[in-house]
Ligand binder design. Sequence first.
Ligand code: ZN
Length: 590
Amino acid sequence: MGLIPDEIISQVLDRSDIVEIISEYLSLKKAGRNFKACCPFHNEKTPSFVVNRDKQIFHCFGCGAGGNVVSFVMQHDHVDFPMALRQLAQRAGIFIPETNSELGGKTKSLKEVVFKSNELTSEFFHDILVRGDKGSDKAKEYLQARGIRLETAQKLKLGFAPDGWDNLISFLRSKDINLSNMEKSGLVVAKERGQGFYDRFRGRIIFPIFDIRSRCIGFGARAMEKDTTAKYINSPETPVYVKGEHLYGFHLSKSAVAKEDYVVVVEGYMDFLTPFQEGFENIVASLGTALTTEQIRLIRRYTENVVMLFDADNAGELAMLRSLDLLIEEGMNVKVVSLEEGKDPDSFVHEAGIEKFKEQVLSAQTLFDYKMDVLSRRYDAKTVEGKARISAEMLATIQKFRNEVIKQEYVKKLARRLSVSEGALFVELGKIKGVLSGEPEVAKKKIQKASIRIVERNLLRLLLEEEHMIPSVLEEVDIEDFQDDQVRPIIEHIFDLSKTQKDFNTASLVHFFNDQETIQFISGLMASSDFESADKEILKKDFINRIKGDRVKIQRKDLCFQIQQAETDGDHERLEDLKQKFNQLIRGNQ
Ligand SMILES: [Zn+2]
């Protein structure tokens, strides 16, 4: 954030009423001081999605989604913060000047040049293919032979890089791109001796690669003759292209993926193109061997359900196994399709048709069955050694599931399949955990998270509802009085803001937080129903007394512990000091 000026952000928020905006997406029904609808972020029949006009927030009590109007547009339209804000600004008639986003300054301008060079290049190659000049006939024939229609080539901006050393160089020069920037965009290669550059892509079919925002970030170039040394030549990494961070075709398939709520992941360009052309649109290509964490997180913005469909060769199988573990670690639901030996999605669709392809996808194996099959082919499940190897590899995967129930069920299943005792497997699983769980930090965090303090949450909720109470509460409590990990940073923020911002109101609070968890926590408190009691002043006093009382109790416990320690240590000086503190504490609270 911070790139769009704050005053413009406030203007946009002021002029974008959340009820009005969400009404354009859903039909809202008035319910008390709130509006209700069925949640667009999870499947439900009775509405638990609430919009509150006073606080300008939405919250779903079913799935926990929540936030302000910008969060809603971000989540609903799958766009980032600046994009959501721009959409709202446009709607409200507010002009946002173009800013140097991301890394700003120099890096950005280089990125801009690279994007521009790529865009020009993809158009240059595409035009040549479509017009059919510079020897692109053979490329057209090649694509035809592989069943790719012209409209598909147009959608994906496929192109042809003609033979010759400087076709692209001359074209880009004519568009004022200099050689140094061409090189930084990975489009040209420096000659080995002396000066000069030559085109990187020559005599090849061009597959431009786009990011999720449809910007051209790089290229894959395929040879048409079988005897060429490299089947594919790809763009090197550039300021806009980092390998393993993007998915081929996702800019076109993302809405279908969100709509179908699952995605089929294939390996190569053609594996994507053929099913996509036949109307199977919730598909992406990984363009690499195994999926990366970045790619998985990109997918997760649209769906949590993944069907992996990799080539049925050895390399494909290994890539698959690696991807599966990562997917589980990222909390995704995974299934696997294995086509018969030697088939890939491209050849399968051509031979069997798209309907049969869909059948294959729908009858995908669970991850468990798939991995068991692979391992059973590698090791002999009838021998003791085989059982040990299979169970070790299966448990390594099972251990990655976040859900304990799933873990248990898989262990039981594994025990049955290998005819070994569940007990033995649980012991082995424990060993893996023992090795991996050298994470006291995480454990500690979990314990702290667990110390939810209802009274603190109630006071926070009261403050969100009755913001005029903030100054008086501020006088009576101290940030140290709060023990709840989620409440404390929010209270701290409210106190800061109420001191520094003259017209601070809690409706704008969500805007000051970046992490989804906190935003949802706030929207949840705000959307909760009113306090029953009419006298909120009494409630306030009660909450404050309890919070302060609790703090004294904690301090007293802590002092008692220290006194005991001093006694066993025989440290009389310290003992006296501590006793004095103890007395002060008790006296101060009478
Ligand atoms: Zn929901």
